[in-house]
Design a protein around this ligand. Structure first.
Ligand code: HEC
Ligand code: HEC
Length: 221
């Protein structure tokens, strides 16, 4: 009885060690693969945000990833990196050129390791607000009636893709975006994008509406 207890204690301890150790190794492989594949030619992985002018922003060849672990849903990045589909309808910060759909693609094992690495990059400004993805009718009203967010963002409505092309598509946000990040981004956009194209809404509506809006947006299918 006693021995059995000690044995299971050590077995659990060992398994935990194996698991966290393996995950760590995986993320370290991912970091190496990120550099080998020259992903940093286009993506910033060290925060905080440093852009000061529109020129700084336009010099970038891809979105910053220094808070990727806070922005994306677990599971999304591994799939996307192995089979990237356009998120922004247009080329990065272009209003005229459609997205060429030519993002580098990784073999699925490498994609998983790089995703594990990217998920370790988090921001202390995200989390703890209790935002969950859900069908939120009040949020829908803010999205569609109060601010016309779809003027710049695509979304899926009754099976059809509709909406503007200048912002990232919000179709599939439920699989892609962490609800807590959506809220943090709406409330404190400057932490993530000191210079930005999207209008700033914080201060225009009360917190309750921001929460409803964030829940609605992160539930878009
Ligand atoms: C030539 C520049 C370039 C290189 C190299 C590149 N990316 Fe990207 N990446 C982009 C652009 C542009 C987008 C936006 C694509 C879209 O919206 O469809 C993007 C999007 C992403 C996203 C989604 C980010 C978001 O906020 O929507 C991730 C994750 C990502 N890249 C990871 C990688 C990894 C990992 C590598 C290396 C294997 C890599 N990228 C190499 C330009 C690049
Ligand atoms: C004038 C155009 C415009 C309007 C209106 C607009 N957005 Fe945006 N949005 C953008 C652009 C452009 C980005 C990309 C980030 C940037 O450059 O600021 C963005 C980024 C986002 C993101 C992050 C998406 C990602 O994958 O990175 C979310 C979420 C978002 N907007 C939600 C909203 C909501 C909710 C509203 C309405 C309250 C709204 N937007 C209104 C242009 C707009």
């Amino acid at each position: 009885m006693f021995n059995k207890k000690i044995f299971s204690f050590f077995a659990v301890f060992f398994l935990c060690f194996l698991f966290t150790g393996a995950n760590d190794l995986y993320a370290r492989d991912g970091a190496a693969l990120f550099t080998q594949n020259k992903c940093n030619a286009c993506h910033q992985v060290e925060g905080p945000a440093t852009d000061k002018t529109i020129e700084d922003l336009l010099r970038r060849n891809g979105p910053e990833l220094w808070y990727a672990g806070s922005k994306f849903r677990p599971g999304f990045l591994g799939k996307w990196l192995a089979d990237p589909q356009p998120i922004r309808p247009m080329e990065y910060y272009s209003l005229t050129e459609p997205n060429k759909n030519d993002h580098p693609r990784l073999p699925s094992e490498e994609a998983k390791a790089v995703a594990a690495y990217l998920m370790t990059l988090t921001s202390g400004d995200v989390g703890g607000a209790g935002i969950v993805a859900r069908k939120n009718i009040k949020g829908k009203k803010v999205f569609a009636k109060e601010f016309s967010c779809y003027g710049c963002h695509q979304m899926r409505s009754r099976g059809h893709i509709m909406g503007g092309l200048s912002g990232p598509s919000l179709a599939g946000a439920r699989e892609r975006l962490n609800p807590e990040w959506v809220y943090a981004y709406m409330v404190r956009p400057k932490v993530f994008k000191p210079v930005k194209d999207m209008p700033v809404y914080s201060g225009l509506v009360n917190d309750k509406k921001m929460r409803n809006l964030s829940e609605y947006v992160s539930n878009l299918d």
